[in-house]
Write a protein that binds this ligand. Sequence first.
Ligand code: HEM
Ligand code: 2DC
Length: 469
Amino acid sequence: VVRPFSEIPGLWKNSVANLYNFWKQDGFKNLHRIMVQNFNTFGPIYREKIGYYDSVNIIKPEDAAVLFKAEGHYPRRLNVEPWTAYRDYRNRKYGVLLKSGEDWRSNRVILNKEVIAPKVQENFIPLLDEVGEDFVARVHKKISRSGQNKWTTELSHELFKYALESVGAVLYGERLGLLLDYIDPDAQHFIDCITRMFKTTSPMLYVPPGLLRRLGHHVWKDHVEAWDGIFNQADRCIQNIYRSLRQDAAPPQTYPGVLARLLLLDKLSIEDIKASVTELMAGGVDTTSITLLWTLYELARQPNLQEELRAEVVQARAENQGNMQETLKHIPLVKGAIKETLRLHPVAVSLQRYITEDIIIQKYHIPAGTLVQLGLFAMGRDPKVFPRPEQYQPSRWLRTENQYFRSLGFGFGPRQCLGRRIAETEMQIFLIHMLENFKVEKQRHLEAQSTFELILVPDKPIVFTLRPL
Ligand code: HEM
Ligand code: 2DC
């Protein structure tokens, strides 16, 4: 028998009271833990209404499969209101991240060919490899300058720079120079703006941004300032490439980067290209750097595991005469480590879709148009889905069976992460270079947890010690 929608358990009858309780529990920082609690209280499906968001939450891989089958031709996520409010306020175009319907689809198809297609991917490898080599050289320099044969540091700032340098190289086919001793203050400002943009988004998730704007609230002002900084810097980078393309008579001989390819292809308007390239540049910093930070954290906690990964990397490199493209095909454990990091420390607390047809989940009827959320953080830590979930075990991903709708860190289907291949390649190359060169240690008693700042980030600084092998 199918039970009606109205009988789904949960706290959905008083949205204002829920918003208040949520706020009292410091819900903005604890969204992921509150979701885990709710699944423990209500079971594998619950309904929730906070402020103006009414959603059904699910946790099982089998139910995720049902959800994504009902996402329709133009999949839609939860609308991050502060982001669209900024664009409307400044009269800037939506890029692929914020577009919907046919406009999204037609842009996304063209971007896919230049960003995720396997053929263009190969072009990214030499660019990203160079950034990886520079990062390692920079660490060696820091180590020798320390005079102690080691470098102890809070690595996150270095990782932010690595991530921006990497995505910049792919987008613009040029180096931004972030791994040098003296860096462009504008580039550093860009990095700070992205972090601030994420941080100021979460307190506005459940309150209409228009209201905060009219009230002249400081969160809205900070948010606008952060996006302004992001767009100004991206505009500068985009203008540079645009200008030099117009000056060159002949088409480029080597791979010129995603932006130049899109401009030369001439299938999207300049304004559409700008909007999506800005989103790619901004989306490519905190996401990969924090995932790498968590990976180093887990490898520092398990020195034996670190050695296992190192052995795999050293062998894959030797067998392929150092060729990076080939090496990347022979590092299953490193790839498993990245999946394992995203299981325990996903960037996105949930995946969401507005379903376009009626579905049945856990025997409940859910009508078309409902916002359904898969609790990604909660699923990754559910012992019914992952045996011994608290253990960081890259080898659990080596068997391809049992992976059904379990590896969803980048989302799923045609609306999944556009930067996925860039992110994966960039992270794999980083880990290869780091494992080949350094032992990673951390302060013994330091334990970090996730905190929600729109994306999930570590709740405290993590200090690493890097030693040359
Ligand atoms: C969307 C995760 C890195 C750009 C997404 C989504 C997730 C995600 C979960 C939503 C997918 C869905 O709804 O199914 C991640 C993770 C990353 C990462 C875990 C790294 C560890 C990047 C990078 C870029 C990027 C490096 C840019 C180069 C985007 C864009 C979208 C997106 C543009 C929106 C796509 C659309 O709406 O069509 N990402 N991301 N992401 N990501 Fe990423
Ligand atoms: C945040 O309840 C929690 O990849 C909300 O690179 C639901 C929600 C909706 C969309 C998600 C967001 C969460 C987390 C951050 C994501 C975003 C979609 C894309 C974005 C997952 C789960 C991200 C980080 C993009 C950001 C690109 C931007 C900087 C231009």
